[in-house]
Design a protein around this ligand. Structure first.
Ligand code: PNS
Length: 175
């Protein structure tokens, strides 16, 4: 037996909770991939729908309650993931949950440039770290905006969103 293996087991760290914020209008399979991977990294994950004050709510296709329902169905296979709404600063919300990290998916340099200042500001405000997960290559080109545009013009996004989201998009956009 080596010296290393005789050491007492390290005390189990406290359960870790992370927040995955976004507008999710609507949730895509790219988001679901990030939730699944976050759920393996943290004990508990809170998917948080933010009310972005910079964007008027008329710019959203789905209302907050609809987005919440779509997200809850999309994450029902993940027992350690729950979905909530938040208003105000993400850091205040994360602190109210005792979250250890904010998790964001990064598709490429544009996301990186958008996310870096927010991660820096959030760390400046509260010390909370942002963990970036690189998007699965299968979903690197997927965004909620593009999915809505494609559906509105009759394109097929069935491989890019969960089936219930596809139905909701069809109903909303008359397709
Ligand atoms: O889907 P999005 O547009 O990337 O979501 C952005 C969201 C809602 C996560 C972001 O706008 C946000 O965190 N808003 C909360 C307000 C806030 O904390 N603003 C300061 C960020 S440094």
């Amino acid at each position: 037996m080596t010296q290393e293996s005789r050491r007492p087991a390290a005390p189990r760290p406290e359960a870790t909770r992370a927040v995955c914020p976004g507008s999710f209008d609507p949730v895509t399979l790219g988001h679901v991939d990030i939730f699944e991977r976050s759920a393996r990294l943290f004990d508990e994950v809170v998917v948080a729908i933010g009310v972005n004050r910079a964007k008027p709510s008329s710019s959203r296709l789905f209302g907050p309650d609809e987005r919440l329902d779509l997200l809850r169905t999309a994450t029902e296979h993940l027992p350690n993931v729950r979905v909530e709404e938040f208003d105000g600063l993400i850091v205040d919300y994360a602190r109210s949950l005792d979250a250890v990290a904010i998790v964001k998916g990064i598709r490429g340099v544009t996301d990186y440039e958008y996310e870096m200042p927010m991660a820096g500001m959030n760390r400046h405000l509260t010390g909370i770290d942002t963990v970036f997960l690189t998007t699965d290559p299968a979903y690197q080109f997927v965004s909620s905006s593009l999915v809505k545009e494609v559906v509105s013009m009759g394109g097929d996004v069935s491989a890019l969103v969960p089936p219930h989201v596809l139905r909701a998009l069809g109903a909303k956009l008359g397709r």
